[in-house]
Ligand binder design. Structure first.
Ligand code: PLP
Length: 289
C-alpha cells in the first residue's frame, strides 16, 4: 500500500498548503511528544467509523488532560480537507494530531488558555496489497513501551525502533511481547486463530483499543466465529492455525510467518479470509454511502 500526503493540510483554524504550515519550536508536541493523534480511513471520500475515532480521540485527550473540546468540529474539518484535497471519491487516510500547544519549555502544563495545536492531513491510498492475500512476516520484540498503551499518544519511539527492527529483518510488522504474551503490533492489533476461535488481547492499559478490532469482533459475532479476548502466549505460537494484524490503514492482514517460522500452513487461512471478505463488504457499502 502506498500513501501520498496531499498538498493541502489544516493547521490551527485554516486550510493551507503544507509548505506554508508553520509549527512553533516551542510546541509541546515537538518538545515532549505531549499530544495525541488519530488515523481515520476514508472509503470513496467517506469517513469510516468516524464516531468511534472521535470517541477515542476525546478519551485520549481527557486521559492526558487536554480539554476534549479541542476535538470539537474535527469531523467537519476532516470532511473539508478531503474535499479540498480532491479526495471526495477516493480511498484515503486522514491524520489528526492535537498537542498541548506552544509555550516556553517546562515540564508542567503551560498557562490556562494556551490553545492546543490542531493539525490534520490527508493521504490518498493506492491499493495494490498483494499482502492482503499473501500475508506478511512479523518479528517478536520485547514490549518496552510505557504503561498506558491505551492512550493514542504521539510518543512512539519504541514503536518506531521496533518497526525499523522488523524492516531490517525483512519483516513488515513487529509484535510486542510482555510477560510471555503478544500484546499488539507496533501499529496494529494482533489476533490468532486457535481451534477455530479468534483470540486477541483483552482491552486494558497494555493495548490500544483498536477501532478495527471492534469491527472485527462484531463481524465474528455476525459470522458465528467464536472470539475470545484472551492474550496469545509466545509458547502457543507453534500450535496456532492463523494469525493476522488489524488496523485502520492495513485493515485485516494475514501474518504468515513469525520470526521466520510459518504460522499454520504458512498461507492465509480460512478465518482470515472470511473476515476480510466481510470487512470488504462493509467498506464497499461505506463507499456507496
Ligand atoms: C499500537 C497500535 N495498536 C493498534 C492499532 C490499531 O488501531 P485501529 O484499528 O484503530 O487503527 C494501532 C493503529 O495505529 C496502533 O498504533
Amino acid at each position: 500500500m502506498t500513501m501520498r500526503r496531499a498538498d493541502t493540510v489544516y493547521l490551527d483554524g485554516r486550510y493551507m498548503r503544507c509548505a506554508e504550515a508553520r509549527i512553533s519550536p516551542d510546541d509541546r508536541g515537538f518538545l515532549f511528544a505531549d499530544g495525541v493523534y488519530e488515523v481515520v480511513r476514508v472509503y470513496g471520500g467517506r469517513l469510516f467509523e468516524i464516531g468511534a475515532h472521535l470517541d477515542r480521540l476525546r478519551r485520549s485527550l481527557r486521559e492526558i488532560r487536554i480539554p476534549s473540546a479541542a476535538a470539537d468540529g474535527i469531523d467537519g474539518i476532516c470532511s473539508g480537507l478531503i474535499e479540498r484535497c480532491g479526495l471526495s471519491q477516493a480511498d484515503a487516510t486522514v491524520y489528526v494530531q492535537i498537542t498541548r500547544g506552544a509555550a516556553p519549555r517546562g515540564h508542567a502544563f503551560p498557562a490556562d488558555g494556551t490553545p492546543p495545536t490542531v493539525y490534520v492531513s490527508a493521504a490518498a491510498v493506492d491499493e495494490p496489497p498483494d499482502a492482503c492475500a499473501l500475508g506478511i512476516g512479523a518479528i517478536l520484540v520485547p514490549d518496552t513501551r510505557w504503561a498506558r498503551c491505551d492512550i493514542k499518544s504521539t510518543a512512539l519511539l519504541p514503536n518506531v525502533l521496533a518497526r525499523q527492527m522488523a524492516v531490517d529483518r525483512g519483516a513488515r510488522e513487529a509484535l510486542f511481547i510482555r510477560d510471555g504474551v503478544i500484546t499488539e503490533g507496533t501499529a496494529s492489533t494482533f489476533c490468532a486463530v486457535s481451534s477455530g476461535s479468534l483470540l486477541t488481547h483483552p482491552l486494558g492499559e497494555r493495548i490500544l483499543p483498536g477501532i478495527t478490532r471492534t469491527v472485527v469482533l462484531r463481524l465474528c459475532r455476525e459470522l458465528g466465529i467464536p472470539a475470545v479476548e484472551r492474550p496469545v502466549t509466545v509458547d502457543s505460537l507453534s500450535s496456532i492455525e492463523e494469525a493476522m494484524i488489524l488496523s485502520t490503514t492495513r485493515e485485516i492482514m494475514p501474518v504468515t510467518q513469525i520470526d521466520g517460522a510459518a504460522v499454520g500452513h504458512g498461507l492465509r487461512g480460512p478465518v482470515t479470509r472470511r473476515l476480510q471478505e466481510a470487512f470488504a463488504a462493509l467498506t464497499e457499502s461505506a463507499r456507496r454511502g
